[in-house]
Ligand binder design. Structure first.
Ligand SMILES: [Zn+2]
Ligand SMILES: [Zn+2]
Length: 408
């Protein structure tokens, strides 16, 4: 687990082409624009990239000069690049960066540090919302619920609620998100396979507020391919995370994304074609056939919901967490000594040193190794607490009663 080493990655995409930039014909060509297959210099790459975003913003009238625009940073390349480009294109608009610390151990705090540095250097004000401190739970706690194998989905509902709540708190008019072409097309296809046409109709580049008091949501990277964002981020040394969230699942839209990338080898325009079919043909058709969704306010939190019982999906998930009385996943050595006093020797302590490669092995192998401890409380120590914690999460997903002992 390391931060992105821009220098190393950059070497892979920067080439020493023996000819001049195909755009300005002055500087040396050093990078390919993926969607155009044109070799350009750094300046021309940046101009091409930024102009495309500017055109999208203007075409859909996304931002007005008096708007207060919020960008939720995840620590990933998409949201950070978006903030960077907005600041560069519109130095005078009121930009506000926001980071939600979701309390994912060995992950969220690292992202927070990264985002803090980034915003400081960029001179954009940053608002940090610490979920465990403010609301008393962390995303990791979903490991104790039936969401244990789809934590991302629970997390998504929590984040949508927080975006809306924080936007009101900070009096934002607009939230800009880093959804790019690859995201949009794969989500559209996934919704299409599920028959969720109303969901497809909502995937517009600019979504006006659904209710008074709500914000407008915009996607300035809507027509930008993911690869071009990666190249831009590396070229401009935008810091972003290179460690995966320990809860990241392989979702259907991720699989579709991979499939699309394969199809792209045969048809370079496939993503643009799909986007065009969806936005120009399908979405207008859906809109003319569907009635507006009936929305009401959640009786618990006051945010919008389409649920008939008027309790939003965020509140339903939080209710699940409130029912858990023991959320222990991690203990210090002293806490451990104390904890086992009540366990009537129904526990085992396992040192993972020399076995840490099991983390990358199949679930089957992991299960086989731990199966004889199925009924016991399993306490783990590893060379680094982070590794022990990753094992703990994996085992919890498989219904083992695992705990990490922080040895360092
Ligand atoms: Zn050039
Ligand atoms: Zn609610």
């Amino acid at each position: 687990m390391k931060h992105y080493n821009c220098k190393e990655e950059l070497k892979l995409i920067i080439k020493d082409y023996p000819f001049l930039c195909k755009i300005c014909k002055k500087e040396k060509a050093l990078i390919e624009i993926p969607s155009q297959k044109i070799k350009a210099c750094k300046n021309c790459y940046n101009n091409f990239f930024e102009n495309k975003i500017k055109k999208t913003i203007e075409k859909y009238k996304m931002i007005k000069p008096q708007d207060k625009v919020g960008v939720f940073l995840s620590g990933g390349k998409d949201s950070s690049t978006l903030l960077f480009v907005l600041k560069k294109l519109y130095p005078d608009i009121n930009l506000q960066a926001i980071f939600v610390n979701l309390g994912i151990r060995y992950y969220s705090d690292k992202l927070e540090d990264l985002v803090k540095n980034f915003c400081k250097n960029l001179e954009v004000p940053l608002f940090i919302y610490n979920l465990p401190e403010k609301e008393g739970y962390r995303i990791d706690d979903f490991i104790f619920t039936y969401f244990k194998n789809k934590v991302c989905s629970a997390c998504g509902a929590i984040k949508r609620y927080l975006f809306s709540k924080i936007a009101k708190e900070l009096e934002l008019n607009v939230i800009a998100t880093g959804h790019h072409l690859d995201d949009t097309v794969s989500i559209m296809l996934n919704l299409f396979f599920q028959g969720d046409f109303l969901g497809i109709a909502k995937l517009q580049p600019s979504l006006p507020p659904l209710f008074p008091n709500q914000v407008k949501k915009i996607k300035p990277l809507y027509t930008t391919p993911e690869k071009e964002i990666l190249y831009y981020a590396l070229l401009n040394e935008i810091p972003f995370e290179n460690f995966k969230c320990p809860h990241a699942d392989i979702t259907p839209s991720k699989k579709i994304k991979e499939l699309l990338t394969k199809l792209e080898d045969e048809n370079r325009q496939i993503k643009y074609q799909l986007l065009s079919v969806f936005t120009k043909k399908l979405i207008p058709l859906i809109k003319s056939n569907y009635k507006e969704e009936v929305l009401s306010l959640c009786i618990k939190c006051g945010e919008l919901t389409s649920s008939q019982d008027k309790i939003c999906s965020r509140c339903k998930r939080v209710e699940l967490l409130e029912k858990i009385d023991n959320k222990t996943l991690e203990l210090t050595k002293e806490e451990f000594e104390d904890y086992i006093k009540n366990l009537n020797s129904n526990w085992v302590l396992i040192d993972l040193k020399n076995r840490e490669n099991l983390l990358n092995e199949s679930i089957k192998k992991l299960k086989r190794f731990f199966n004889s401890y199925r009924d016991k409380h399993i306490f783990l120590t590893a060379s680094e607490p982070e590794i022990g914690y990753l094992f703990t999460l994996k085992l919890r997903k498989l219904n083992f009663k695992a705990y990490n002992i922080k040895t360092v």
